[in-house]
Design a protein around this ligand. Sequence first.
Ligand SMILES: [Fe+2]
Length: 144
Amino acid sequence: MDLKLLLCMFLVYQHNFKVLHWKAKGHAFNYMHDLANTYYLKLETDADTIAEICISLGIDPVSYMECAETISSSEMKFLVLSANTDYEIETFLSNSILMFNNMIESMETLITPDSPIGVKVELENMIAYYYKQANFILKRPSED
Ligand SMILES: [Fe+2]
């Protein structure tokens, strides 16, 4: 895992949340539609932060094409959600939790004793947010 791969992960997962926003279906539609959009916006902000960390360390960010090529050639398994299917509450929750756990694990591997303090703090704040979503908020879904 490196920062460029992490950036690709956030860009792909950001899009996955847009797919969940669009293709949510069933009794919990409003809950999923709104929450997926909230996560989409959060990942957009965090991807921007990661891209700016990359630049501060002399690493170029990625184009859309580079991002697609990077994830398809990576040994790491990325979750790419199909937009040709509907998502009911169970698959919405399991896919969201899986993405957040992938992101948390990836960020944890990038925090080392040598990490610049500013980078460490940004990643730790993101981990705290996604950890809370995966282990608390998404474990108590609305019945609406
Ligand atoms: Fe929308």
